[in-house]
Design a protein around this ligand. Structure first.
Ligand code: NAP
Length: 499
């Protein structure tokens, strides 16, 4: 929009950047606490964040749906134990309606920059649809929102159709075509089995194999859904079992590996699973990771591995030399002719321009991304960073413990509401975490580093996006119960409130 047409500065008490589940959950928590002047902005044209953008064939959750939902808005309507993506997208839209969030949402708005003015105790946020000023700024951008395109020579020369999985173009047919897919992460694991049967030929370009485990995915059916809806205690029991499963399979095994080396047992099971699924020994070998299970996010799928038994599917592990106008050339000189090229190459997770995706500066000009790059990622409970007053992150460094993302959102939202409530009580115009509280939090989290599965030396060969370029893994090494407790019970003196 040309500057002359931009509306005048809009003032709000709170601005939330991102209308995925992080932003929606935080807005609901704020509304419940009586904060009404809240604006959510998002560059998409609808709510749901990653579930709005990712519509590729096969997209589905890979944490059980009983856990992958808000605790206060549990559904008995999921079609499967692991719901397909379109149901999550619909869930986001329902949440907007049920909690009357529509008047607070401004879509099609990309944030370019945010800067804090100490004197006014306000943020100025410049966006594609005008300037906004806010007392409090909440960054609710998810880690999987910025598509990462591979830096491969000639990528722009390909004359067939190209698409990144998170921007799937449903006008591009893969049926009957020679298709190539780069990447074998969680997304590719879902896409490959879905499109393979209809392609003329599918070549999967794998750089690093992924551990793939079976998924207890089953239809809930009318009877199951009715049981969840009407039989007292069934939904609660399903939720409890699911939460325990999620806790046992990620936070406990990853963060307390030295005490409970369960991933070693799971790795043996995963090897047996590959053996049971893949017929050709050479392909089996190529699909078996050489890094310890847990270094990188494993995938869950019941037909991914078996897809490589199909005669029209090839696994290519020779490195890619270049993308050419007609396909891909591997470093052994082989040309792979393609009609469609799918980039399942993931997201910018800890890259400097990913968290946040815009320039965010404190009053003295300190840029948050530079600050984190120079001093390594750090925060207080993933929610606040010293030096950046009146600013909160729902998914900040060392805030997420790897359990259901919804639990993280509820914890971070509870933390933010607690600070803002206290600021309101004290009539304060700024709140900033104290450096001492941040240091103490970081020390408590980093002290557990030697226990984590990520300290396994084989992780060096995993190419895992868990690791920053400095070699840190900015997860919250904590159980979910601990995280929930601290989010709601941290000493309020950990923040400095001023007027
Ligand atoms: P990803 O895990 O980062 O995987 C990207 C893949 O692309 C990797 O196999 C990577 O190889 C490959 N790649 C990247 N650049 C390459 C290059 N230049 N040449 C060759 N290969 C290249 O991304 P993702 O699969 O989109 O998954 C990201 C995350 O999204 C998941 O871990 C998960 O958290 C989430 N996700 C969740 C669900 C779900 O819950 N349903 C589904 C999908 C995704 P290297 O491994 O060698 O780097």
């Amino acid at each position: 929009m040309p500057d002359a047409q931009l509306p005048r500065v809009q003032h709000h008490e709170i601005v939330i950047i991102g209308a995925g589940f992080s932003g929606l959950g935080t807005a609901i928590a704020l509304a419940r606490a009586g904060f009404d002047d809240v604006l959510l902005v998002d560059d998409a044209d609808g709510p749901g964040g990653t579930w709005h953008w990712n519509t590729y064939p096969g997209v589905a959750v890979d944490i059980p749906s009983f856990s992958y939902q808000f605790s206060f808005a549990q559904r008995s309507t999921w079609s499967r134990s692991y719901a397909p993506g379109r149901e999550l997208r619909a869930y986001a839209e329902q949440i907007v309606d049920e909690y009357d969030l529509a008047p607070r949402l401004r879509f099609g708005t990309r944030v370019h920059a945010a800067s804090f003015d100490d004197a006014a105790s306000r943020w100025t946020i410049s966006t594609s649809t005008g300037e906004i000023s806010a007392r409090w700024l909440i960054h609710a951008g998810g880690p999987l929102s910025q598509p990462k395109l591979p830096e491969i020579d000639g990528i722009e020369t390909f004359e067939g159709a190209t698409m990144h999985t998170s921007r799937w173009n449903h006008d591009i047919a893969t049926a009957g075509k020679r298709v190539g897919i780069i990447g074998t992460g969680a997304t590719a694991v879902q896409v490959i089995p879905e499109i393979a049967p209809d392609t003329e030929h599918l070549t999967v370009f794998q750089r690093t194999p992924i551990w793939c485990l079976p998924k207890p995915d089953f239809p809930l059916g009318r009877v199951g859904r009715a049981g969840l809806a009407v039989i007292p205690g069934v939904r609660q029991a399903a939720r409890l079992a699911s939460q325990a499963f999620v806790e046992a399979t990620f936070p406990v095994l990853a963060h307390f590996h030295k005490w409970i080396p369960g991933t070693d047992v799971v790795e043996v099971a995963a090897r047996n699973y590959i053996r049971s699924q893949v017929a050709d020994p050479a392909t089996r070998e190529k699909l078996t990771p050489s890094y310890a299970l847990g270094c990188k996010r494993p995938s869950f799928h019941n037909s991914y591995l078996a897809t490589f038994n199909r005669p029209n599917v090839a696994l290519e592990t020779t490195s890619i030399d270049a993308i050419t106008p007609t396909g891909i050339r591997t470093s052994d000189g082989t040309e792979h002719p393609l009609d469609v090229l799918i980039l399942a190459t993931g997201f910018k997770v800890t890259d400097r321009d990913a968290l946040p995706t815009y320039r965010l500066t404190a009053s003295d000009g300190t840029d948050l991304a530079e600050h984190w790059e120079a001093g390594r990622f750090h925060s207080y409970q993933g929610v606040a960073t010293a030096g950046f007053p009146n600013f909160f992150t729902v998914f900040g460094p060392y805030g997420y413990n790897g359990a259901s993302f919804f639990t993280l959102v509820e914890n971070s939202a509870a933390h933010i509401v607690r600070v803002l409530d206290e600021a309101r009580r004290r009539n304060a115009t700024t709140a900033e975490v104290t450096p001492a509280a941040q240091v103490s939090y970081m020390e408590s989290i980093l002290a557990r580093r030697p226990l984590q599965v990520f300290s396994n030396p084989s992780c060096a060969g995993a190419n895992s996006y868990y690791f920053t370029k400095q070699g840190d893994v900015p997860f919250r090494a904590s159980t979910t119960v601990e995280a929930a407790w601290h989010s709601r019970r941290f000493p309020l003196d950990d923040y400095a409130f001023t007027r």
